[in-house]
Design a protein around this ligand. Structure first.
Ligand code: PFF
Length: 490
């Protein structure tokens, strides 16, 4: 075990990590993005591939991140440096930590703008600002909300302030307490909305849309979107989960905790789908509406239903809460790094981070109005932040971490930290060595536009590459065999 100068604070309650990590994972990604990309990529088939990606890539990568955090007891930079040093490897690997930390910070810079939409809509819902009779009217409301920089800036600034306030209060008091009431509240409100859907129509159609598997609607783009979304939705390669993992007590099972977080995240995403699609179908709307699905269409639907203002308010309240519990996790790595390395208090660290965040997020916010023309290669500041993080940094960071864990570090490190029985350990190892890297490389190649990978057409090639990777990997560094032999010896 790597020791640090001071004992690191840990989560207070038994459920502390579970609540905080679930709060991080469940966010705009589940409630805003998952339904709209599911709608875009054809429903059931997309959902199935997404579930497979969560299991084959998301879960192993998340276990690896938590183990890095708990082993290295620090922010991504410090934790990775300590863990690689323990194996006598170069500290240059901590670059992965720097990138993850930066990635979380950059995601937050545009995430506060989207979260700001949610807060703005909560306010509009409460004050009757969402009156309109057509999708066009709602599109106009959305555009008007974005067009005024003072208005949009007010909401994103509010989200920034709330985020830094919670983070500044500290791991136990701030994060753990806020999540412990926000998460159950969120699930309750989703359940309420689903119950509403069951009684008001559209539920059966929504259910079959989400769960009927139609292989014909599987596109390679949809499969890649599913894989990319698995990263985003589980908050991977952005420092959040790794830093939260550094507060995890030694005795807690990483595998079990990861599975619980992944299940909770998936259940909330599916619940969000089951809550939203009945409304879409009952009102004859198009599920493939795109990113504006919630903001442009749902207020219209809420307006048409009994107690619509109440349900609409609950919905945007829930979305804002989910966004906030994710936002606080994105900046935790940076704040933790500042506290540990610069000797400043948590409060100072969080307010100084907040100022930089506010400046960058203001640029992202201005992309929707004054800065709409400040583009580079056709992308605004907002688009670039999104593109760089989800297309480049997350896949690269995830790849770096699984390669480190799978091939570079001493095998005892992760064997000790994960504390798994031989068979689950061998399963984790084969995932981080072969399945996850291959999946990540495929997204990466596609994201860079180097080559359009079609799973339908290229699966024999991909399978052959996987087999070749296993053969080569095991020839160069045979760790899987001893793990399995250990099992036989038991
Ligand atoms: N998982 C969050 C969501 O689904 O909205 C997004 C996210 C949170 C990404 C934290 C990255 C992160 F570090």
């Amino acid at each position: 075990m790597v020791s640090s100068e001071q004992p690191r604070i840990q989560w207070l309650g038994r459920w502390g990590f579970m609540l905080a990590a679930t709060g991080s994972a469940v966010g705009l990604g589940n409630i805003w993005k998952f339904p709209y990309i599911t709608g875009e990529f054809g429903g059931g088939a997309f959902v199935l591939v997404y579930l497979a990606c969560i299991l084959a890539v998301g879960v192993p990568v998340m276990m690896t991140e938590i183990a890095f955090g708990r082993r290295g007891l620090g922010s991504p930079v410090d934790a990775i440096r300590r863990v690689v040093r323990e194996s006598g490897r170069s500290s240059a690997w901590s670059l992965i930590g720097w990138m993850a930390m930066l990635c979380g910070f950059m995601i937050l810079s545009f995430y506060v703008v989207v979260a700001g939409w949610s807060f703005a809509y909560l306010w509009k819902m409460l004050t009757g600002g969402l009156a309109g009779s057509s999708v066009d009217d709602m599109a106009a409301v959305f555009e008007a909300n974005n067009a005024n920089p003072w208005n949009l800036g007010f909401w994103s600034t509010l989200v920034t302030l709330l985020t830094m306030l919670i983070v500044g209060k500290g791991v136990q008091e701030g994060i753990e307490k806020s999540v412990s009431w926000m998460m159950p509240g969120l699930v309750l409100m989703l359940a309420l909305l689903i119950a509403f859907g069951v009684f008001s129509g559209g539920f059966a159609q929504a259910f079959s849309f989400l769960f009927s598997f139609d292989a014909g609607s599987l596109s390679s783009e949809g499969m890649l979107a599913a894989l990319g979304h698995a990263f985003f939705t589980l908050s991977l390669a952005s420092g959040a989960i790794l830093t939260y993992g550094s507060y995890l007590p030694k005795g807690t099972s990483i595998a079990r905790t990861t599975l619980s977080v992944a299940i909770a995240d998936t259940v909330v995403a599916l619940m969000a789908g089951l809550a939203i699609f009945p409304v879409i179908f009952a009102n004859g709307m198009n599920p493939a509406e795109g990113p504006g699905l919630i903001f442009m269409s749902l207020p219209l639907a809420f307006q048409a239903m009994p107690f619509g203002t109440l349900f609409g308010t609950l919905f945007f309240l829930m979305l804002s809460m989910a966004a906030l519990t994710s936002a606080i996790s994105m900046v935790e790595a940076t704040v933790s790094w500042l506290c540990d390395n610069k000797g400043i208090s948590r409060r100072t660290a969080s307010w100084s981070t907040g100022i930089v965040l506010w400046l960058i997020s203001t640029l992202a916010m201005l992309s929707f109005n004054l800065g709409a023309d400040w583009t580079l290669a056709g992308k605004s500041v907002f688009d670039w932040l999104d593109y760089l993080t989800s297309r480049l940094m997350m896949p690269l960071g995830g790849l770096g971490m699984v390669v480190l864990a799978g091939f570079v570090l001493k095998s005892e490190t992760f064997r000790d930290e994960l504390g798994l029985a031989p068979l689950p350990y061998a399963l984790w190892l084969s995932m981080v060595r072969y399945v996850s890297p291959l999946g990540i490389v495929v997204i990466f190649i596609d994201a860079l536009g180097i080559y359009q990978v079609s799973f339908a057409a290229h699966w024999p090639l991909l399978l052959a590459i996987l087999v070749a990777m296993v053969a080569l990997g095991e020839a160069l560094s045979p760790r899987l065999r001893p793990a399995l032999q250990a099992r036989r010896a038991l």
